[in-house]
Design a protein. Structure first.
Length: 346
């Protein structure tokens, strides 16, 4: 049984061990070992048995394909080194290399079934968005809000829809915050059920179901009132400087802000950081916590940009959260502020 197309379904249709019939329709990919159904070790069903995926080269493009195949909107994180525990049985796929637009991992390049140089301590895992997606936007960070319930996707009515609601929604799909509420079907009218009305989040919730709302499917709306959001793509900020154009470099990942270690940090890295923030270039790369010690995780170490990248995620690094640093080594930058480009702090 190869990967012969997932049965159309919603998040978690095959996302845990419960109810998966080996060899049955759609029983070709699943997530195992996570605390929720939207996260876990990636396992695929092939040649009569379940096996894992090696983390060699495993990245967000691969994770996005896997999450979409499982019925989620997108991935929040791609994890390595058996983050959800070591699997057993065969390691089916090594060197998985998706472009990111595929609908099925068998469309991605890989070494061939069972061909790898890995052990189970290299089993790959993913974290997917949990039953919520954006549709109809020109960017992945904006769109009509759609939620998955009772076997189908539906919309959210814009009655009482405000910034508290959109901040929760944006965080759930992997963005640090929201920038705008868009009502009256600004991203087009949806179809199917209107699942939620009078959504009232306080802003700190970690799941939309924790927010107050009418019962599922109970509303007095039509699709011309479908709610939409614009999420902030600002995964980068400067903290601790006397000017907005300088400071400790902090990046947003896996739901929280963290710092960059100064190992190997140089003007090429600083140039990419500054350009990503809207500045023309960097004036200086600063090391040894020149703008004060950060807190929380140290997300990036041995950042190695060539200098032409438009986003630091395009640069080489050790992997998210993998470092041998302390906050006394937090990196900082001084950007060239020519007045026409302004830093937007999140």
């Amino acid at each position: 049984a190869g990967l012969e197309g997932v049965e159309p379904g919603g998040p978690g249709a095959d996302a845990n061990l419960g109810g998966v019939e080996q060899g049955g329709p759609g029983a070709d990919i699943r997530l195992v070992g996570g605390s929720l159904s939207n996260k876990g070790r990636v396992e695929v069903y092939h040649d009569g048995q379940w096996g894992t995926v090696c983390d060699d080269g495993f990245n967000m493009k691969d994770a996005n394909v896997i999450c979409r195949q499982l019925g989620y909107g997108r991935a929040v994180d791609a994890l390595s080194q058996a983050a959800f525990g070591e699997g057993s049985g065969p390691i089916w796929l090594g060197e998985l290399d998706c472009e990111g637009s595929e609908t099925h991992i068998e469309q991605c390049f890989h070494n061939g079934w069972g061909k790898h140089y890995c052990r189970h301590n290299e089993d790959a895992g993913v974290v997917c968005t949990d039953g919520i997606r954006l549709a109809g936007g020109s960017l992945s960070s904006e769109g009509r809000v759609e939620v998955y319930h009772d076997g189908q996707w539906g919309t959210v009515c814009d009655d009482d829809f405000d910034m508290n609601d959109v901040n929760v929604i944006c965080r759930l799909i992997g963005y640090p915050s929201a920038t705008e509420v868009r009502n009256q079907a600004a991203f087009g009218a949806g179809s199917g059920p209107i699942w939620l009305d009078n959504l009232a989040c306080e802003g700190s919730e970690t799941n939309i179901e924790q927010c107050s709302h009418k019962e599922w499917g109970i509303h007095d709306c039509y699709h011309g009132e479908d709610a939409g959001v614009v999420c902030s793509e600002g995964i980068l900020r400067l903290v601790g400087g006397t000017l907005s154009s300088e400071g400790r470099v902090e990046v947003y990942h896996d739901g929280q802000w963290g710092t960059v270690c100064d190992d190997g940090f140089n003007i090429n890295d600083a140039n990419v950081v500054c350009r990503q923030l809207g500045y023309a270039s960097a004036v200086e790369a600063r090391c040894e916590a020149a703008f004060g010690l950060g807190s929380g995780p140290i997300w990036l170490d041995s950042l190695d940009c060539e200098g032409s990248e438009t986003n630091i995620e395009q640069c080489s690094h050790n992997g998210w959260g993998k470092h041998n640093c302390e906050h006394s080594e937090d990196a900082g930058v001084v950007c060239l502020d020519v007045g026409s480009a302004k830093l937007i702090l999140q």
